[in-house]
Design a protein around this ligand. Structure first.
Ligand code: HEC
Length: 123
């Protein structure tokens, strides 16, 4: 019995460590994404919560789009504009196609993490 209790407590502490590492990792991703959002020039056309510019305000974008949609969009914008109805109706609304961004899969992940983090705060 005692052994089981010890095993359980070890498992619980392990799970806690893994969980905490996960949170830290997400925060690190979001922080990188935040920097990318500025250095990749996204801020020329987008704000987060400060209104439309050339492109849509991206506040709440993780609530209106799935992670898969956002990934496909950021990975290959031109392809999505050819094939995806949502992308096409955005293009109609904004009157210009978002230029294809030169992003690695890791950068796309970081940017989406940043959008998710912004959507979790109330501002
Ligand atoms: C030259 C202006 C421009 C730049 C630079 C730009 N975008 Fe866009 N973006 C747009 C426009 C315009 C749209 C609306 C779709 C369209 O017209 O193609 C859009 C759409 C989006 C959407 C979808 C919004 C929604 O409501 O679904 C996301 C997400 C996005 N952009 C992220 C980014 C990120 C991240 C960057 C930088 C890596 C970036 N954009 C750079 C103009 C731009």
């Amino acid at each position: 019995m005692k052994r089981i209790a010890i095993a359980v407590s070890i498992l619980v502490s392990l799970a806690t460590v893994v969980y905490a590492a996960g949170i830290q990792n997400t925060q690190a991703l979001a922080k990188k994404g935040s920097a990318l959002f500025a250095t990749k020039g996204c801020t020329a056309c987008h704000t987060i919560g400060k209104g439309k510019l050339v492109g849509p305000d991206l506040k709440g974008v993780t609530k209106t789009r799935t992670t898969k949609w956002l990934t496909d969009w950021l990975q290959d914008t031109s392809k999505m504009l050819k094939t995806d109805k949502t992308a096409q109706s955005l293009e109609k609304e904004y009157g210009l196609p978002m230029p294809k961004q030169d992003l690695t899969p890791q950068e796309v992940k970081e940017l989406i993490s940043f959008f998710e983090a912004s959507d979790q705060t109330k501002k």
